[in-house]
Design a binder for this molecule. Sequence first.
Ligand code: BGC
Length: 764
Amino acid sequence: MRTQTSLLILIAVMIGTGTHLVNAQQRDTSMDNFIDGLMGQMTIDEKIGQLNLVTAGEVTTGSIVSTDVETKIKTGKIGGIFSMTSVPRIRAAQELAVNHSRLKIPIIFGLDVIHGYKTIFPIPLGLAATWDMDLIRETARIAAKEASADGLNWTFSPMVDISRDARWGRISEGSGEDTYLSSRIAEAMVHGYQGNDLSADNTLMACVKHFALYGAAEAGRDYNTTDMSLHRMYNEYLPPYKAAIDAGAGSVMTAFNDINGVPATANKWLMTDVLRNEWGFDGFVVTDYTAVNELIDHGLGNLQEVSALSLKAGVEMDMVGEGFLTTLKKSLDEGKVGEADIDRACRLVLEAKYKLGLFEDPFRYCDEARAAQTILHPTHLAKAREAAGKSFVLLKNDGQLLPLKKAGTVALIGPLANTGSNMPGTWSVSADLENTPSLLEGMRAALGEQVNIVYHQGSNLLADSAYQERATLFGRTIPRDERPEAEIIAEALEVAKQADVVVAALGESSEMSGEASSRTDIGIPAVQQRLLIELLKTGKPVVLVLFTGRPLTLTWENEHVPAILNAWFGGTETGKAVADVLFGDVNPSGKLPATFPQHVGQLPLYYSHKNTGRPLADGQWFQKFRSNYLDVSNDPLYPFGYGLSYTTFTYGELMLSTDTLQRSGKMQVSVEVSNTGEYAGEEVVQLYIRDLVGSVTRPVKELKGFRKIQLVPGQSQRVVFDLTEEDLKFYNADLEHVAEAGEFIVFVGTNSRDVQEKRFFLKD
Ligand code: BGC
């Protein structure tokens, strides 16, 4: 809300004419009065209508699509519409609402603006790899500017589900495995979308999702059950949602999954006790796509019963399924819900519209001229290129193969090398797929004549055509070559032989991660691996540019390929950004926000695990009767926080200002970091702690701070972290947020594995 205190606020609620003019600079009492006045005129059907969110079906994000949208708008049966884009269409729908419905209540327009609107930034997991909160905030700000210029005022983002199981396809949409990093990102994104004025015409209302614990689906299978202790929820999985709420997120989306026996969409404890009563959330809760109806399959009753359950649990808006619309009146008549339940929900939805300034001007977000000026603005594309370059993680670089020289011939080979439609990555529903440059096109545009790039697709994405079809939906096709594999590879090798260096663009298509895209085998598909083996046999230096929406098992690749750059899916400017990094204009600085396992059988695998009663002795990978596997060590392939640079950073000795922290005091933890290599670069200095003795068991390491610094060769900087009692707090067995006196270890380093440590005490 605007903060300028101004003159007395004038409200003109022109009851009777049905026009609601309200000054945006309101105190809450004005909002209350306005909504009281409006609700006083509403029939119960109109109130229920406000709880109905329909999809225009323009972009597909679920299997059922709403019908009769126009009639429903005119009869007051719709509160919000999503998946409708562009000013003319949104204006037309809004006109139906404000000119043809009885009370002329404006509609809220939502969309999955997840990592950009038309200018697409890296997938969220990639953005998380930047560890750059200002950059992440800016990407959300740009997304909001573009989407709000095009008629939208609500985004279904940020997605803050912690996931520690890379089989789950939606790990690509979140910030990875870590509670602290995800929480900071959740705040940055909410601030980016909402700015400090929700009613401004260039901000969007955020919707934090999926509340809650969606990323902990059993076996990484999408929509699957979650059963989790309260202790783990409070310490590890809930904080990012809370951080988004504390940052002011205006709405929350329920998760699809079952949580300890009660699906999130009907979970009163979650929606009311935790979200409202403990956290003080005052926005509205929307279900996920048809999640109310899915409560029937969860086994909670028929549509009328589950709709009542969901409303009473604390849900306000029903996405697509129309259970609320079609059954709540009956439930009210039968005494199964109270009028107060419906009023509560209706009021919260109206409040959101009020905060967005829609009653003041329902067309606030509809301005073709602004849309034309804003969308894909060159400054946005420049930011997308910067963000992509910063999201890439250099996983391996033997013998300083990278950066490459801007000369000679490069063979760009692989099924991901020339597919523009796959570059935006999953959940980029508004991307212009046709006009997104492929890696080949982007590299050529960035490098011009300096480097000769020759190309071959090299292999299919997947050997199995049916699997490939499932993995390339929504216009993200990759052409298939049905000739024998040996023939295709032989042709590719001819191309490789012309070059000084081979860049192999391999990995997943964009739709191999994301919703309903779980995988049991998380390696590079075998057909692509066979191509890679042949490319390596040519004796040419091979750089693997990896496309992926999740941690992959790269054990073989790590052993055999000299250089590996993980590009995730970098968005609109992927191609240019890859060229920037491969040829040294940008020094890679991304750090993994999720552990890369050696083997899928290790999952869930995360750095912040408990010690167990039978940990391995230092330096051992197998000991009988210890917690380990017979065949593979417990180590990850690449640990959380890992990522190389073209330069080298040397850490001086870790220093503590004291070895005893007083409860009200603070301790400085510092280290001098020097750039001892030959390139300017950025380093993410990471601080972890371990609570050695507690009333409940504590993880072996927990991230509690990080700094991203920039150093030119020869430059040093002392990085100082202030540690206070607050950083040592956790939820104990009674779910009290406490710091317990005793001994701790603080670790500082370049990733979660390679750290220095010092001990200290927290004193009462
Ligand atoms: C997804 C949500 C998304 C919604 C609307 C669902 O299938 O789970 O993340 O916001 O569709 O598109």
